[in-house]
Design a protein around this ligand. Structure first.
Ligand SMILES: CC(C)=CCC/C(C)=C/CC/C(C)=C/CC/C(C)=C/COP(=O)(O)O
Length: 246
């Protein structure tokens, strides 16, 4: 009856989140996600172990901001003209060029010092790939509804959105390069700018929500500390380095 419609907007939003459907004015996806949603089940039908619950207001703000910032998400978007440029930025943060480039550098490296740094960069990139795949597979947050799935060279878990693999890599590579390469100040600024542009472009292209990118940046930043802690050297991993002495 009439009493039902007097529920506050907040309570209706919470109910929508619980029931797993979109709010009026919030096209899709709804402010909750779980693995079973892809198979057509509502949030309440998903197995509890698979379900991810996020405060409704944070999720609603995330979806709203991500949609507003997704200005290059498709051909008809407000800044569609910048889409080709942002797709180049996307390639610059993609895993494949970084892995292949590092592996090639390692193969061609002439000095022991360069070899050590490149081997650790390769280890860091592979660790990042595995960690992101595991988190994406566990969380299983769908990509934003406005994303056009035209990304190049993806792996199966890349249909998921949380966290952004580009953002983790950008933060990780940025910290790594700043720490291990002797660069002039303008180049150091450029490296930081590159990481920020790669991260922002994920939302502008509609690939990710804002929280995917923020968490990705944090994860990449933290992962660098792990790599530093596990640093591979001729002392800690003699078998690996022996490969080059033959
Ligand atoms: C060259 C070497 C040593 C190994 C190659 C190993 C390998 C299987 C690499 C796969 C690289 C790849 C396809 C990564 C996917 C990158 C990607 C599209 C991430 C998604 O980023 P997101 O920001 O949209 O989450």
């Amino acid at each position: 009856g009439g009493g039902r419609w007097r529920r506050s907007r907040r309570r209706r939003r919470e109910a929508a989140a619980r029931e797993g459907h979109a709010l009026p004015g919030h096209a899709s996806p709804p402010p909750c996600w779980d693995g079973d949603r892809e198979e057509g089940k509502s949030c309440s039908q998903g197995r509890a172990s698979r379900r991810v619950r996020i405060p409704t207001a944070l999720l609603a703000a995330d979806l709203w901001a991500s949609r507003r910032l997704g200005v290059c998400a498709a051909e008809g978007s407000p800044c569609a003209a910048a889409r080709p440029l942002l797709r180049l930025v996307e390639v610059s943060g993609h895993g494949l060029p970084w892995l292949l480039g590092t592996a090639y550098g390692l193969w061609r490296s002439g000095s022991a010092a360069a070899r050590e740094v490149l081997l650790n960069l390769l280890f860091a990139l592979l660790l990042d790939l595995v960690l992101v795949a595991v988190v994406k597979g566990l969380v299983r947050r769908p990509r934003p509804a406005h994303n056009k799935m035209d990304m190049f060279a993806t792996i199966s878990v890349d249909k998921y959105s949380f966290p952004s693999g580009h953002a983790t890599r950008a933060a990780l590579v940025c910290r790594f390069v700043l720490h291990h390469l002797v660069l002039a100040a303008p180049l150091r600024v450029l490296v930081v700018l590159w990481a920020l542009v790669v991260s922002l472009s994920r939302v502008m292209l509609g690939r990710h929500n804002v929280t995917d990118v923020l968490f990705g940046l944090l994860l990449g930043y933290a992962l660098y500390s792990v790599v530093q802690y596990c640093w591979l050297s001729p002392l800690s991993a003699p078998a690996l380095f022996a490969l080059w002495s033959h």
